[in-house]
Design a protein around this ligand. Structure first.
Ligand code: IMP
Ligand code: MG
Length: 184
């Protein structure tokens, strides 16, 4: 396991080992199993960042579950509408179901807030959020139903275990933090 990695000239240092992540994922899967197994929840992974977490979390549940993936698409609308954000990939029936949204990281919370707003239009019976990382200092969106968070972290930039820097590093098995004020 490398202690540091270089991505596009920046140095990132190992913060959470794969073993530390695996222990927490096991704990979370146990809690979700106890809380929700009777509700036959539909797990909705948010691409791209959640793919590693979803794979590990879902295999650690103690019941057979359904999983699907969605993506938030952003595109330039007309000048009057500005940035348009849309939820794509949703093919399952959501109405009346218990849904668990699985996301990599909640920073300001604006992405999640928008996603949950769009999801409500499909009338789920209840919605829970399971997230790997939460940056509580940055959270602007109020009252998100974040029932399950693996790690609370300071306002640093991280990569690995699904998270990227400029598209790189999602495949790193550990979590690495950008080393600030690095002497060049
Ligand atoms: P939010 O809307 O500010 O909560 O931003 C959430 C999105 O920003 C996440 O889904 C990530 O794609 C990205 N993001 C925020 N912080 C980080 C980070 O530390 N590393 C990698 N991506 C991040
Ligand atoms: Mg994301």
């Amino acid at each position: 396991m490398h202690k540091t990695v270089q991505i596009l000239g920046k140095t990132f240092g190992l913060t959470f080992t794969p073993e530390a992540i695996a222990r927490r994922v096991q704990d979370m899967a146990g809690r979700i199993s106890r809380d929700l197994r009777e509700k036959d929840p539909l797990f909705l992974g948010v691409l791209n960042g959640s793919f590693v977490f979803v794979a590990d979390l879902l295999r650690s549940l103690d019941f057979p579950a359904q999983v699907s993936f969605v993506k938030m698409a952003s595109y330039e609308g007309t000048s009057s509408t500005g940035m348009v954000r849309e939820l794509i990939g949703l093919s399952e029936k959501i109405e009346g179901r218990c849904v668990v949204v699985v996301e990599d990281i909640i920073d300001s919370g604006l992405t999640m807030s928008r996603l949950l707003g769009l999801l409500q239009e499909y009338r789920p019976s209840e919605v829970h959020v399971a997230v790997l990382f939460l940056k509580p200092d940055n959270l602007k969106a109020a009252s998100l139903p974040i029932d399950y968070a693996l790690f609370r972290i300071p306002n640093d930039f991280i990569v690995g275990y699904g998270l990227d820097y400029e598209g790189y590093g999602r495949n790193l098995p550990g979590i690495y933090t950008l080393i600030q004020n690095e002497l060049k």
